[in-house]
Design a protein around this ligand. Structure first.
Ligand code: FMN
Length: 151
């Protein structure tokens, strides 16, 4: 199985989480994982990758416009038959974030989200991450791999 972990990160915290998720996925048995940042990604990067893991920082309770646009274009042209997992970074005790929007986008394009969306907490707008979040992200990567490989 080939996977892509597609993310946005302004201050590096979501990037650290995405990298940890990749480590966990590889540990869980998915070896071909393309780590792709919004800035350098395009729709072609999603092609022939059966599992799409998508995450971003929470901005104004949701996902940034550019990530949404690229993701929807990728779903339109490459989304059929794919599986997904989603995550975000956000402040402590926020009950709304980017991952909620990502779940709705995947549902609209009939792409099943195979694990519970996961949220990772930053201490301030620029970080750092709350202690232990990278370990939790590795664990989440292993969980995604298990769900994807057993489905
Ligand atoms: C313009 C802006 C709006 C934000 N709005 C929210 C918000 O509504 N809820 C929240 O939990 N965090 C909010 N944050 C904080 C982000 O969650 C935090 O900056 C992000 O997780 C850091 O990730 P990054 O280092 O990958 O950019 C906001 C940050 C910015 C820059």
């Amino acid at each position: 199985m080939k996977a892509i972990v597609f993310y946005e990160s302004k201050h590096g915290n979501t990037e650290a989480i995405a990298e940890a998720i990749v480590r966990g996925m590889k540990d869980g048995g998915i070896e071909d994982v393309l780590l792709m940042k919004l800035k350098t990604a395009d729709e072609e990067d999603f092609k022939d990758r059966q599992l799409w893991v998508v995450g971003s920082p929470t901005h104004w309770g949701s996902t940034g416009f550019r990530l949404k646009t690229l993701l929807v274009n990728a779903l339109k042209y490459e989304g059929e038959g794919k599986k997904a997992a989603v995550f975000d970074t956000r402040y402590q005790d926020m009950n709304r974030g980017s991952a909620d929007k990502l779940v709705r986008i995947m549902a609209k394009w009939n792409v099943p989200v195979i694990t519970e969306p996961e949220h990772f907490t930053v201490q301030t707008i620029r970080g750092p991450l709350v202690e232990g979040e990278e370990k939790r992200a590795e664990e989440y990567g292993r969980k995604i791999a298990k769900a994807a490989l057993s489905a």
